[in-house]
Design a protein around this ligand. Structure first.
Ligand SMILES: [Zn+2]
Length: 215
């Protein structure tokens, strides 16, 4: 089964996508990880990606993403299915991906959208903390440290990333909705959208997705 997971920052989309990867024993296309991996390769494409994501902090252009996905689809065994996470995030990228998959006799069968209110996204993202010493990540709501706001490993005081300040969180959410709304509307009309309430416990959400997909 080929699935796409969508949801605003803080929706728990990554957590749910990973649970589904495990359940289906599917391949996992997580765009952030794949790009970071590619950026380390010592070739022209790797250097270009490194420049874009690490030095300029921008998004990789659609044409380049197409090449990366095509390559990835050729390199991986896909019999057990694929879970896409973080890509495609716009309607244009979605169309590109469907074209590539069609050439391989495949298609995205369902799009799972994790719905959380803007308020809840802000609340969850504002609760993220990181250890300045060992980079361990915590969330005061969903993954709290054992003691106060101290790192479980080295007991240092946890800090907030600059990216998680309220103004930047709001901007990230706005960008997300702007880019992704046309894609969500498109797949809704195609009849392959499964909207799931993301403001519930992880296991409950996972079970609902499993049921909705008839697994
Ligand atoms: Zn630490």
């Amino acid at each position: 089964m080929i699935l796409l997971f969508l949801g605003p920052p803080g929706s728990g989309k990554g957590t749910q996508a990973k649970l589904m990867v495990k359940k289906l024993k599917a391949e996992y296309f997580e765009s952030g990880d794949i790009l970071r991996e590619k950026a380390q390769e010592k070739n022209a494409l790797g250097q270009e990606i490194d420049q874009i994501i690490h030095q300029e902090g921008k998004y990789v252009p659609d044409e380049m993403m197409k090449k990366i996905v095509s390559g990835w689809l050729t390199e991986n065994k896909l019999e057990q299915g694929i879970i896409f996470d973080g890509f495609p995030r716009t309607l244009e990228q979605y169309r590109d991906l469907q074209k590539i998959l069609t050439e391989k006799g495949k298609e995205i069968e369902k799009v799972v959208y994790l719905k959380v209110s803007k308020q809840e996204s802000v609340r969850r993202l504002s609760a993220r903390r990181i250890c300045p010493q060992c980079d361990l990540e915590f969330n005061l709501i969903t993954k709290p440290p054992k003691k106060d706001e101290l790192c479980d490993q080295c007991q240092r005081k946890l800090v907030q990333r600059k990216d998680d300040s309220p103004e930047i969180i709001k901007k990230r959410l706005e960008t997300y909705y702007q880019l992704t709304k046309p894609l969500v509307e498109f797949v809704r009309q195609e009849g392959i959208l499964e909207e799931v309430d993301g403001e519930r416990p992880i296991k409950v959400i996972h079970q609902e997705i499993v049921n909705r997909l008839g697994l």
